[in-house]
Design a protein around this ligand. Structure first.
Ligand SMILES: [Zn+2]
Length: 93
């Protein structure tokens, strides 16, 4: 498990699972923008991964809580492209 993972924080667990399974990625130029890049299979993998991450007390997150949080984060993510990069043709300028 990555050292920077906070297993008792549902938001963080789900975000980590989505990123490590390539269901989502953070824009390389805007680290507040999460982009939905994976397909249904990647999102399914994220769910399976998150389900296996134990909390500090040894229990795991329930399937329904994970499903709801994954849906919430995917709903909040932007689809395929970063809108900030689209607005600024050269984000490094
Ligand atoms: Zn961007």
């Amino acid at each position: 498990m990555p050292a920077d993972l906070h297993p008792d924080d549902l938001t963080h667990v789900v975000r980590n699972a989505l990123e490590t399974t390539r269901a989502t990625m953070v824009c390389p130029f805007h680290d507040d923008v999460i982009i939905r890049v994976g397909d249904d299979a990647a999102e399914g993998h994220a769910f399976e991964r998150a389900k296996r991450i134990p909390k500090s007390d040894g229990s795991t997150w329930g399937g329904q809580a994970l499903r709801d949080e994954i849906r919430r984060q995917l709903g909040a993510a932007t689809d395929g492209r970063c809108p900030k990069c689209d607005a600024a043709p050269d984000p490094r300028a």
